[in-house]
Design a protein around this ligand. Sequence first.
Ligand code: HEC
Ligand code: HEC
Length: 297
Amino acid sequence: MPAFWHWFVAAGTIVFIIWCVWLVSWSSKQGPQNVADDDVVGHKWDGDLEEWNNPAPRWWLYLYFITIAWGIGYMLAYPGFGNYEGMLGWSQQGQYEAEMQAAADNYEPIYEKFAAMDFADLAKNDEALALGGSLYASYCTTCHGSDARGAAGYPNLADNDWLWGSTEQAIITSIANGRNAIMTPWAQVLGSDEAVTNMAKYVRSLSGIEDADNAAQAMQQPFTTYCAACHMPDGTGNQLLGAPNLTDDIWLYGSSIDTIRTTINEGRQGQMPPHGDLLGDNRTKILAAYVYSLSQN
Ligand code: HEC
Ligand code: HEC
């Protein structure tokens, strides 16, 4: 809070408390006003119920003072006077962190139990998979979808096709360290728009979704020269580089001529952000087993 608002809030609070004290003590000193007929105000209900003009009882007055004292004590203990942090050191952030810590203390033994299991067993354990499913729902659906089937640029985790590998270590690395795919642009190297289109047709022919005409077939040589380093001469890809298999008709970005042309012209840099620090080793392993189990149906 800027200094001005700090003083504005703090001064306003103090002035208001002083005003309350003054008001209560002032009104307690006011005796009965001059009312004729024995201090009876003159209002009457039900025949004989009359209103008198007596000061409030003492205990009532003390309640006001106790309330004010409570208020002052509260403002000293908790943050209330502008920027003042309060003697108890309480903060929303601190309370949130304490609750998170308590939850972690509760759940960590459960995570530990599962994380100690063999990966293959874990991927078949119903309880662990339920836990993995709820972790998945909290952390992964934004990108990979609630059914884990992904979207353009976000891989389907529920099929048995892997960009980076399906071993325990590969999946854990994908989740914990993240992945940075690097496919550089090839428009300049291929030289012409026509060459890019023919290369796209050649790529489609690898999956058998298009019969390559002669011009497309002629792209086999440039493919071997430029693309094979990552996608392999036969186009089956390389999981060490996250280079997709181009022969299986499973597409990360799409199989239309236009999409493949964009991929070749501009390149692609898919990024899986690292989640290791956020999740910790135990939860990462449980999630990895869950993701693996999705591919085994
Ligand atoms: C430096 C390694 C490398 C080279 C060389 C390379 N690629 Fe790629 N390619 C990749 C990677 C990595 C991806 C995945 C990009 C991602 O995940 O964002 C990819 C993705 C693709 C895709 C998208 C596949 C899909 O499923 O949507 C196509 C098509 C493609 N490359 C074609 C080519 C062609 C054609 C060439 C040669 C002109 C080529 N690549 C050269 C690494 C490479
Ligand atoms: C911000 C978006 C984003 C979030 C959040 C995200 N991912 Fe990813 N993930 C990606 C992208 C993009 C890729 C593909 C990277 C590439 O192009 O190679 C990927 C790749 C992966 C892979 C590798 C898949 C393969 O075929 O090898 C796994 C496994 C994975 N993610 C699991 C997870 C899990 C589990 C979570 C939740 C903890 C998660 N991801 C959260 C974007 C995300």
